[in-house]
Design a protein around this ligand. Structure first.
Ligand code: GCO
Ligand code: MG
Length: 416
């Protein structure tokens, strides 16, 4: 079954997305997500200039061989641009294979291991009353686990907190007002945020104390430190949050240096999640073998597709480490659908992040997965169960958008 076409689709329904559509000689199509927030056009160019020409004429059924061909064949291995491109090809080929088999993709991955995927949503508020409202709204929508992010006294805007100011900036045309936190802003250069680690470390435990007092001990609570701490600061935060029994504490350090997590682990039993910016199994080796983390954050989109991420999860399972797949709005509905099919099949599923895409996004990406009672479930349509509407996509052209950058209060650059 030869590949006859591969189209790189760039559109901006609410936010920018890069999608790859592969077509075979018998007219079967498959979709893959290649969105890399703030660097979308680099992946689009990598795909159209260096990958699409290599795909034409290949056998669409040879998924593993194509993965190896693109990974080893580039010589320049790893990296987010390369791995998002490989992911898109891999996901599209799985979509095709499942459609040809007449089965929803998860059936090809071993079938269902559970009824649905427990998800967590993003509750946030600049101050406690807003945060409590946001948690209550999530509970009313059926969420059974929430991530908690708040403002920090003295800082004008902080990662993870939805605000009407963000809403206006993020919405671009104004016709698609944000319903949730979206860090990328449509602008020619990134906006600048400010950061004060000491203020954060003082404030965070008071927030979780208040949330536990208000909502009780049972609700699973998560928190994202977004790569901003040194090992000893991370250890201190983990320790100070222990009384509030977090489901996980995410991205405490940048973790390019995996060994620093040893220091954090020596000091705290708060479970750790890492990896949304990692892209291969190699990025996890030390973290797995020394059991330095509890949850893997990589999405299908940035870790080499179903093939790449499945391998990472199998390796993680050896060390009792579970999945906790990245699911912000910048992972497209195609990337999310792929995560749902994989998550329902693997033995070591942990939790899935679910932020919900905007109505505009769903006008372009027609999905069949469902969200009910706090669980995501794949549809039963053959393949991934996502269709892409080219005509609607044309009314949402790409607009430059960047993630913010971060400065300390003295003006020096810090991790965002
Ligand atoms: C998360 C993430 C996101 C990222 C975003 C960057 O845990 O959901 O940290 O909010 O910042 O995906 O593109
Ligand atoms: Mg994160």
């Amino acid at each position: 079954m030869r590949i006859t076409a591969a189209d790189v689709l760039v559109a901006s329904p609410g936010r920018n997305f890069v999608t790859l559509r592969i077509t075979t000689e018998d007219g079967v199509t498959g979709l893959g997500d290649a969105t890399l927030n703030g660097r979308e056009l680099a992946v689009a160019a990598y795909l159209s200039e260096h990958v699409v020409p290599l795909l034409i004429g290949r056998d669409a059924h040879r998924i593993e061989d194509t993965w190896q061909y693109l990974y080893r064949g580039a010589y320049w291995r790893r990296g987010p641009v390369t791995m998002a491109s490989i992911a898109a090809v891999d996901t599209a080929l799985w979509d095709i294979k499942a459609k040809v088999a007449g089965l929803p993709l998860y059936q090809l991955l071993g079938g269902r291991s559970r009824d649905g995927l427990l998800v967590y949503g993003h509750a946030s508020g600049a101050e406690l009353p807003e945060l409590f409202d946001s948690i209550n709204e999530h509970l009313e929508e059926g969420y059974r686990a929430v991530r908690v992010q708040t403002g920090i006294p003295g800082l004008p805007s902080v990662y993870g907190v939805a605000s009407s100011k963000n809403a206006a900036a993020g919405a671009g045309s104004g016709s698609d007002a944000r319903y949730d936190y979206e860090p990328a802003r449509r602008s020619a250069v990134p906006v600048e945020e400010s950061w004060d680690t000491r203020a954060y470390l003082r404030h965070a435990p008071t927030v979780f104390e208040a949330v536990r007092n208000e909502f009780g001990p049972e609700l699973p609570l998560l928190h994202d430190a977004h790569h901003r701490l040194t090992p000893i600061q991370a250890a201190k935060l983990g320790k100070s949050l222990e009384p509030y029994d977090l489901f996980w504490l995410e991205d405490v350090t940048p973790a390019e240096n995996q060994a620093v997590l040893r220091r954090v682990r020596e000091h705290t039993t708060t479970p750790l999640a890492i990896g949304e910016v990692f892209n291969t199994i190699w990025d996890y080796r030390e973290l797995f073998e020394e059991q330095l983390i509890d949850y893997v954050r990589s999405p299908v989109t940035h870790a080499g597709g179903i093939t790449g991420l499945r391998r990472i999860f199998d390796y993680a399972a050896v060390y009792q480490i579970k999945s906790g797949v990245h699911g912000p709005t910048d992972v497209s509905p195609v990337g999310l659908a792929a995560a749902i099919h994989l998550g329902i099949a693997i033995p070591n599923f942990g939790i899935q992040e679910y932020m919900k895409h905007s109505p505009a996004t769903h006008e372009v990406f027609r999905t069949t997965y469902t969200f009910e009672q706090g669980m995501l479930k794949p549809g039963e349509q053959p393949g991934l169960g996502v269709d892409y509407d080219d005509l609607v996509a044309q009314s949402f052209p790409y607009e430059a958008a960047y993630l913010p950058v971060n400065r300390l209060l003295d003006g020096s650059m810090h991790d965002w």
